[in-house]
Design a protein around this ligand. Structure first.
Ligand code: HEM
Length: 157
């Protein structure tokens, strides 16, 4: 019990509150249903910053379609924020892909700043402050998991 606690403390971000998870689960289906609209809005915002656009252009050597999966993946993963074991394989693959694309922790705020307004646009009136707060927390939870794993890979592991 004690060892488990130490391990999680060292490798995982703070777990999300049950109320946050409940909001995410309640709103995730609506967001996933409108995944294309969210993706379109998110990338329009993200690519207003040339530094972001270059990052994706350089990375999209193997397939130009890959970046379009980012928003959809964030939505899908957020649905499983309370069951990270399900996501471990996917997280490993994304972290490896991010490292290949030289993604760094400082890139994460721009994606949050593009994704959350896109969610607000798509949800409309349903995007209450509580809903947006919950999605912001879910994004950063996932981001911290990825950043942590990417840091390990950059360090050689
Ligand atoms: C919680 C946050 C994020 C999630 C869940 C996520 C998810 C994903 C997924 C699912 C892929 C495709 C992986 C594959 O093909 O195997 C991907 C690739 C990629 N992501 Fe992320 N991502 C996140 C944050 C970011 C950030 C902050 C950036 C940089 C601004 C970024 C840039 C990229 C790039 C450049 C690729 C590769 C695209 C390509 O080479 O075609 N991602 N990400």
């Amino acid at each position: 019990m004690y060892i488990t606690y130490i391990y999680e403390e060292a490798t995982m971000p703070q777990p999300l509150a049950p109320e946050t998870i409940a909001i995410i689960k309640a709103t995730a289906p609506a967001l996933q249903q409108h995944g294309l609209a969210i993706t379109t809005r998110m990338y329009a915002r993200l690519f207003e910053d040339p530094a972001m656009k270059v990052l994706f252009d350089q990375a999209a050597q193997s397939s130009g379609e890959q970046p379009k999966r980012l928003a959809g993946a964030i939505l899908a993963f957020a649905r499983n924020v309370d069951n990270l074991a399900v996501l471990s394989g996917a997280i490993e693959g994304i972290a490896a892909r991010h490292v290949a694309a030289r993604i760094k922790p400082e890139h994460y705020p721009a994606v949050a700043a593009a994704l959350l307004p896109a969610i607000a646009d798509v949800l409309g009136e349903a995007a209450t402050p509580e809903v947006l707060e919950a999605w912001g927390q879910a994004y950063w939870f996932l981001a911290e998991v990825l950043i942590g794993r990417e840091r390990e890979i950059y360090a050689g592991g």
